[in-house]
Design a protein around this ligand. Sequence first.
Ligand code: UDX
Length: 462
Amino acid sequence: MENSRETHQQKKAFRLVLFPLPLQGHLNPMLLLANILHAKGFSITIIHTHFNSPNPANYPHFTFHSIPDGLSKTEASTADLIALLSLLNISCVAPFRDCLSQLLSNPSEEPIACLITDAVWHFTQAVANSLKLPRMVLRTSSVSSFLAFAALPYLQKSGYLPIKDSQLESSVPELLPLKVKDLPVINTRNPEDFYQLFVSAIKETKASSGLIWNSFEELEESALVRLHLDFPIPLFPVGPFQKYFPTSSSSLLAHDQSSITWLDTQTPKSVIYVSFGSIAAMDENEFLEMAWGLANSNQPFLWVVRPGLVRSYEWLESLPNGFLEMIGGRGHIVKWAPQQEVLAHPATGGFWTHNGWNSTLESICEGVPMICLPYFGDQRVNARYVSQVWGVGLQLENGLERGEIERTIRRLMVEEEGQEIRRRSIELKEKADLCLKQGGSSHQSLESLIGYLSSFKELLHN
Ligand code: UDX
């Protein structure tokens, strides 16, 4: 008892500094990781940008430091994700370095054992080197999609990129089962910026002291083996993070709890939950196809229409007059839902998703089968793995067309084929549960990570 208290106190005496990327899909896993490491006895400091700042009030056990990111209002509201991330990687260099060196020289705080940053913050490796601080990386995507990003130079050299319409359905033998249309491209004003951002992120990840994954071995075993060949640094698949604690509180938008009260009125496994995450956007035509597909499927649906989801509209204005009345109680539309609670609700029977990695993993964790409609980047790789490798979803291969949507919803929710997909989803959920238990793969990997971080602490002593 005495010993364990002593160990706990020793651990408390060291601090980790975490630097999340200010996007919802990146903030959530970084703050979950922070909670996991705090529960293991480390003190936590979060450095964050003013832009999309997390709410410190939700984490009274952490210390927060905000840095100016230099973004103008127009720059902060751009729809060009790559332009935004490239700019942040330049404008944050000086403020981040200043903040970190101040923390390192602050004698009233515990010594800092290690910096953990999002992989996309590539400039932080040079800063860490200059301050002689080990840097570890959290990559918030799947391992499989990271391998596809890591192959960008090869894909470009071999003519797969830029993507040609005539090759969309061709397979990419080096990245099976991916097809050309699944390659993780993100559209931007200047395609060279996309390429540079990810090539730098990959290079500086390779130069880091280790790589943490919100994934688990049973899900991505062969991708992890392949990754190790090319990235001879310690790898720690310790996910799914969202299963360590009952709820997460890093949402940038308010959760509409009417989602849950509405689900309470529905029969078990009958509802299709529809949400495309925090960034994806669509045109009015696509939105209308979606609305009619949902309406015609005759299944109850809970639909997240985020303000900004439909380009040029505030919210639901483009729906035809009388549409909502026609749906009646069969559909419920909200601006933002408590997604994890929704997926865990007994009435939820399917998830129509854009396959952001958090959504994909949250669905896997609850054993909810998916309909996949990826928009950009890693989502395309995730969707292919969900539908073809793990067999826990159906992919809408031809974009948004009401007839195909209606058929796909019915295939998943009503037909025999859907039962089989649900069975596999439940099997995968059981694997996700097991990996976190004593002796499970992620449990062991987390123990190794704690040991590894503790070895940095010992360096500080010498
Ligand atoms: C982005 C990228 O688009 C994605 O491809 C990448 O894998 C991570 O970063 P995003 O599009 O927002 O993320 O999707 P996702 O990764 O699924 O993250 C969304 C998060 O918001 C999830 O944790 C989800 O639970 C939460 N969410 C979503 C809500 O809390 N409420 C909602 O209504 C919708």
